[in-house]
Each structure stands twice: as C-alpha cells, then as structure tokens.
Write a protein of this length. Structure first.
Length: 80
C-alpha cells in the first residue's frame, strides 16, 4: 500500500484539481476508460465482421515443413 501512495505522489495525484479532473481520473459515469463487462447474451451473439480480412490458419503439417525449410536456409547461411 505504501508503494501505491509513492507512485501516486510521483505521478502528481496531489496536484489534480478534483473539481474538474482529467478524463482518465473522472468518475466512472463520465470516464471513457471504464467499460462494462459483456453479459452472457453479448457473448452468445456473433460479433459483426466489417472489413476484416482473415487468412486461414496454417495446418500443423505445413507449419512443420516451413520451419524445416527455414532451418535448412539458416544452416546453409551459417555453413558459408
């Protein structure tokens, strides 16, 4: 608890004008950094994908062969 007070003092918490605090130190109702936890209904609904380009995940076999190829190139560079 002491270190929390030290860090707060070093960051200037004692100089904050609490009549009009900065946005990050405002009350929860007006603080833009405070968000609510998703409810179960939000978790079940699929999130809309707008403009998201995804690539399929590489199969484990192709990842292994890519790694082996990379290792061969590295070994050939080191052998020069």
């Amino acid at each position: 608890m002491v270190m929390t007070n030290v860090v707060a003092f070093l960051f200037g918490i004692s100089r904050i004008k609490w009549d009009s605090p900065p946005a990050w130190a405002a009350e929860w109702d007006s603080n833009s950094l405070v968000t609510s936890q998703p409810t179960q209904a939000d978790e079940q609904a699929p999130a809309p994908r707008v403009g998201v380009a995804t690539q399929p995940a590489p199969s484990p076999a192709s990842a292994v062969t890519e790694r082996q190829d990379r290792m061969k190139r590295l070994v050939s560079r080191l052998a020069r």
